[in-house]
Design a protein around this ligand. Structure first.
Ligand SMILES: [Zn+2]
Length: 557
C-alpha cells in the first residue's frame, strides 16, 4: 500500500461516517425539492405545466429553465418580492426551477403563484397535508403578494380537471366557474398568504366564488326595444330580408351590394337577431373564446350569438390573429356568430385573402416562432359593399357617372376566389317612399317572430337529415361535395336543368356546388324534402357573376 492510499483509507474511515450521518438526517425529497402543477394556454385550450424546483448550494441565483420567454423570466423578481412582502423567507443559495414539457413554449404571468408556492414548499416553509390530493395553482403575483387575475381561468380549470386535478387555487373569475366543473373545486384567493393557508390546509378550505350580478329584467327590456328598432329600419327591404333569411337558415356567406342607405348595415345586424340562440355546447365555446380575448364583446346574455363588426381598415393579423405568442383575431371572436365586413371593397386585399382559409376549414392555424396554435373560427360572413365608387349604379333613377373601367377597378378589390365563396350575392335597391309607408303599417314584431321560427325549423330539418343519413352535423353551406347529391334528393330533370345551366354560365365547381347548397336551404325553408327546379332557379338568382353588374346599367337604360 502506497503512502497516498493509506492516507485516503484513514480519511474515509474517519470522515465518511460523519458525512453519511448528515445525509441521513437530511431528507432531500422533503425539504429541498418540490413539484407543482400549473396551466398554460394554447389557443382556447390549456396545457398542464409541471414546475419542478430545487434548492442547491452555491452562489445566490434564481434560474428558470424549460423554454421560458422573457415574460416568464420576469416572474423571478415578482416572486422574490411577493414572498418577502408576505413575511416568508426567500431561500439562500441557488434556486433552479424547470418547467415541463420543455417543448411547449411558455409565456405570460400565469405561473407566478405556482412558482412562489414551489419555492415555499422546497424551502420547507409550507407542506401539503399527508394524503391530501394534488393541488394546482395559477395566477399573477403583485410585488406586495396580491394575486391578480389572468386571462383564460375557465379554459385552464377545464384542462386541469381533465388532467385529473381535484383542487385548484387561483385568482377571482368574473363569473361562476364552478358550474362548468364537475370533479374539481376552485379555490379563489386574493393573496399569497391565503393561497398558502389553503395549500397547507391551515384553514378549512372554503370556496369563495365571485359572481357577476346581472339584472336580467333590464336586459330583456333593452333587448326588446333594440330588436324592434332593427326591424323598423328594414321595413320594405323585401329582397334583403329574403337574402338574410336564407343566409341564416343555411349558414351561407352573404354579400350585400347596393347604394348607400339601402339598409345593408341594418340587414347584417338583423342576421344576428334571427339566428337561433347558442346551444349549451356553443355557449361554452364562445365563453372560452371570450375568456382569452383582450376586448369586451358586449354580449348581454350567455346564449346571445356574437356579432363582430371590425372597421374596414383592419389588418390581416387583426382579422385572423397573430403576434408572438399568437393572439386571436376578429374571426375567432365571431365564432358561432356573425362577422360583418362593411365596405368590403375598401378592406385591404391582403386582409380579405386571409379570410379564405377560415371560411373553408372553420378554424385558424397560426404558426409563429415556436408556437403552433389553432383557434376556432366558425363564423357566418356577411359583407356589404357599394356597386361602384359613387354607389348609385344599381338604382334605376340614380345618377351614376362611373366609367366601366372604374366599376371594374372598384369590384376587382374582391378577389375571384373570395367572391366564389359567397354562396349568396344579393343586389339591393333603396326602398321607395310608398313601399316604405305601406310596410311601416305592418306588424314588424310578429314578422320577426315568424322569420326566426322559419330559420329555427330549417336548422331542425338539417339536423334531422344529417341524423337520417348517418353523417355528422353540417349546415347546408358545409355539405361536402361528394355527399351533395344524397342531401339534395332531386330528380333527373332537375339535375339536367342545373347541369346545362352551369355549362352555359361557365360556373366553377365551387359556384356550381354553392348553387345546389343554397337551393337545398330554400327547399328547407318551405319545409320540403325534395329540391325542385324553382328552388334551383331562385338559388341561381343569388349567383351572379361579377361582370353582370357592369351591364346592369345598360339594361336599365
Ligand atoms: Zn357609380
Amino acid at each position: 500500500m502506497s503512502q497516498i492510499d493509506a492516507y485516503t483509507a484513514t480519511l474515509t474511515e474517519s470522515r465518511a461516517p460523519k458525512i453519511l450521518k448528515k445525509a441521513d438526517n437530511y431528507d432531500m425529497k422533503k425539504s429541498r425539492y418540490s413539484k407543482m402543477t400549473t396551466c398554460a394556454l394554447a389557443g382556447i385550450e390549456g396545457v398542464p405545466i409541471e414546475i419542478e424546483l430545487c434548492l442547491m448550494a452555491g452562489l445566490p441565483a434564481f434560474d428558470l429553465g424549460g423554454n421560458c420567454d422573457s415574460t416568464v423570466k420576469e416572474s423571478r423578481d415578482r416572486v422574490r418580492a411577493a414572498i418577502s412582502n408576505s413575511f416568508y423567507v426567500f431561500p439562500k443559495g441557488k434556486v433552479l426551477a424547470s418547467y415541463s414539457p420543455a417543448a411547449f413554449p411558455k409565456s405570460g404571468t400565469a405561473f407566478d403563484l405556482a412558482l412562489a408556492l414551489s419555492v415555499l414548499e422546497a424551502s420547507g416553509q409550507i407542506t401539503r397535508p399527508r394524503g391530501a390530493p394534488e393541488i394546482a395553482a395559477f395566477g399573477e403575483l403583485s410585488l406586495d403578494g396580491r394575486v391578480n387575475t389572468i386571462p383564460g381561468i375557465l379554459n385552464r380549470l377545464l384542462t386541469l380537471e381533465k388532467a385529473g386535478i381535484r383542487k385548484v387555487i387561483g385568482p377571482p373569475c368574473e363569473f361562476d366557474c364552478s358550474k362548468y366543473l364537475s370533479n374539481c373545486t376552485y379555490y379563489v384567493v386574493s393573496n399569497l398568504t391565503e393561497a398558502v393557508e389553503i395549500y397547507s390546509g391551515i384553514v378549512p378550505a372554503k370556496k369563495v366564488i365571485a359572481k357577476r350580478q346581472i339584472d336580467l329584467q333590464s336586459i330583456d327590456k333593452h333587448k326588446k326595444s333594440n330588436s324592434a328598432s332593427v326591424l323598423n329600419r328594414l321595413a320594405g327591404q323585401e329582397a334583403g330580408i329574403r337574402a338574410i333569411t336564407i343566409a341564416a337558415a343555411g349558414w351561407h356567406p352573404l354579400l350585400l351590394m347596393g347604394a348607400p342607405g339601402c339598409g345593408k348595415t341594418s340587414l347584417a345586424a338583423a342576421v344576428a337577431e334571427i339566428l337561433p340562440p347558442l346551444s349549451d355546447e356553443e355557449t361554452l365555446e364562445v365563453l372560452l373564446v371570450e375568456q382569452i380575448a383582450d376586448v369586451a364583446t358586449h354580449r348581454k346574455k350567455p346564449q346571445e350569438r356574437p356579432f363582430r363588426r371590425p372597421h374596414h381598415t383592419i389588418t390581416a393579423s387583426a382579422l385572423l390573429g397573430g403576434g408572438v405568442p399568437p393572439k386571436l383575431g376578429e374571426c375567432t371572436l365571431a365564432h358561432c356568430g356573425v362577422l360583418f365586413l362593411d365596405e368590403l371593397t375598401e378592406v385591404k386585399p391582403k386582409a380579405l385573402d386571409v379570410l379564405r382559409e377560415p371560411m373553408e376549414l372553420r378554424e385558424i392555424h397560426l404558426a409563429r416562432s415556436s408556437w403552433r396554435i389553432t383557434y376556432p373560427a366558425d363564423f357566418l360572413l356577411i359583407a356589404a359593399c357599394n356597386p361602384c365608387r359613387c354607389g348609385e349604379r344599381l338604382e334605376a333613377d340614380g345618377d351614376c357617372r362611373c366609367s366601366e373601367y372604374s366599376v371594374e377597378r372598384h369590384l376587382d378589390r374582391i378577389s375571384g376566389p373570395l367572391y366564389d365563396r359567397f354562396d349568396l350575392v344579393s343586389q339591393l335597391n333603396r326602398v321607395k317612399a310608398p313601399t316604405l309607408e305601406a310596410s311601416l303599417q305592418q306588424n314588424n314584431e310578429s314578422r320577426a317572430v315568424k322569420i326566426k321560427a322559419s330559420v329555427e325549423s330549417a336548422w331542425e330539418r338539417q339536423k334531422k337529415r344529417c341524423e337520417r343519413l348517418g353523417t355528422e352535423f353540417y349546415f347546408n353551406s358545409l355539405i361536402p361535395a361528394e355527399e351533395l347529391l344524397s342531401f339534395m334528393q332531386m330528380n333527373e330533370d332537375c339535375l339536367k336543368f342545373i347541369s346545362e345551366l352551369a355549362a352555359k354560365m361557365c360556373f366553377s365547381f365551387r359556384s356550381f356546388h354553392s348553387v345546389l347548397r343554397v337551393a337545398r336551404t330554400i327547399a328547407d325553408l318551405r319545409s320540403a324534402d325534395v329540391v325542385t327546379e324553382e328552388d334551383l332557379a331562385l338559388a341561381l338568382d343569388y349567383r351572379l357573376a361579377l361582370p353582370s353588374i357592369m351591364s346592369e346599367r345598360s339594361d336599365i337604360a
